[in-house]
Each structure stands twice: as structure tokens, then as C-alpha cells.
Design a protein around this ligand. Structure first.
Ligand code: HEC
Length: 115
């Protein structure tokens, strides 16, 4: 039942692109958080390639959680001024940022970082 609800919510999320999503799971369970991040990641991997960076878009794999969340918040709060990421980061809640950090952080780093 719960899983179905999550799945439906994720479909809506993907359809709407970056969307805030009140039913986010607030679980301490790392595996679940990571799985949630993996589902959310489809809205990032259109641009960010998991297997490496391309010319303009940096790789975001293998970052420490704290740093990943810090950078997302920098886009959200204007510390980093980049309209595409700012728009996306605005629509992520805390738990979604954690989930994405957990998933992308578990991937092998590839490609150079921006800063
Ligand atoms: C429409 C394309 C696009 C989408 C979708 C997108 N990004 Fe980005 N992202 C970018 C670009 C372009 C940059 C480089 C911005 C800059 O110059 O600061 C970037 C930068 C970043 C950085 C900083 C990288 C670095 O090396 O400093 C992180 C972290 C990041 N994005 C995470 C995400 C996450 C998580 C998602 C999904 C929720 C996402 N992005 C979705 C285009 C995108």
C-alpha cells in the first residue's frame, strides 16, 4: 500500500519535473533513502551524466552528503547563481536533498567538479 503510494507520487514527480512532494518519507533507513534518491535522480540525469561529465554539465557522483546538500542549498538560496539549478533546487525539500545526496554519493565519482 505504502509502496504503491510512493510509486504514484514518484510518477507524478517525474511527469511534473522538479516538484515538491509532501509525502516524502522521513526515514533514517539509509537503504530506503538511497532508493528514494535513485527514483528522484531521473530528474537530474537528463542533464548530469552518471557515467561522466560532458562539456557544460558537471558530474555529481561520489560527493560527501553534507557537501552535496550544501551546494544544492547554495543554488536554492542564491549563493550560486545559475538559473537552471536554482529553479530545480527550489523545489526540493530537505528529505529529497538528503535522498539525492545519498544516492549520487554512492556512485563512483567521474569527471571534474566545477569548483
Ligand atoms: C536542466 C539541466 C539540469 C538538471 C535537470 C539538473 N542540473 Fe544540476 N547542474 C546543471 C548545470 C548546468 C550545472 C552547473 C551550474 C553552474 O555553473 O553552477 C549544475 C550543477 C549542479 C551541481 C554542482 C556541481 C559542481 O561541480 O559544483 C550539483 C550538486 C547539481 N547540479 C545537482 C543536481 C541535482 C541533484 C539535480 C536533480 C534534482 C540536478 N542537478 C538537475 C544542470 C542541471
Amino acid at each position: 500500500m505504502k509502496l504503491k503510494r510512493v510509486r504514484a507520487a514518484v510518477c507524478a514527480l517525474i511527469a511534473a519535473g522538479f516538484t515538491s512532494f509532501a509525502t516524502a518519507q522521513s526515514s533514517d533507513d539509509d537503504a530506503r533513502l538511497k532508493a528514494y534518491g535513485k527514483r528522484l535522480s531521473s530528474q537530474c540525469t537528463n542533464c548530469h551524466r552518471i557515467e561522466g561529465s560532458d562539456d557544460r554539465i558537471p558530474s555529481i557522483a561520489g560527493w560527501p552528503t553534507e557537501e552535496f546538500i550544501f551546494v544544492l542549498k547554495a543554488y536554492r538560496d542564491g549563493g550560486r547563481a545559475e538559473p537552471t539549478m536554482a529553479a530545480g533546487a527550489h523545489r526540493l525539500d530537505e528529505n529529497q536533498m538528503k535522498a539525492l545526496a545519498s544516492y549520487f554519493g554512492s556512485l563512483k565519482p567521474s569527471g571534474p567538479r566545477l569548483r
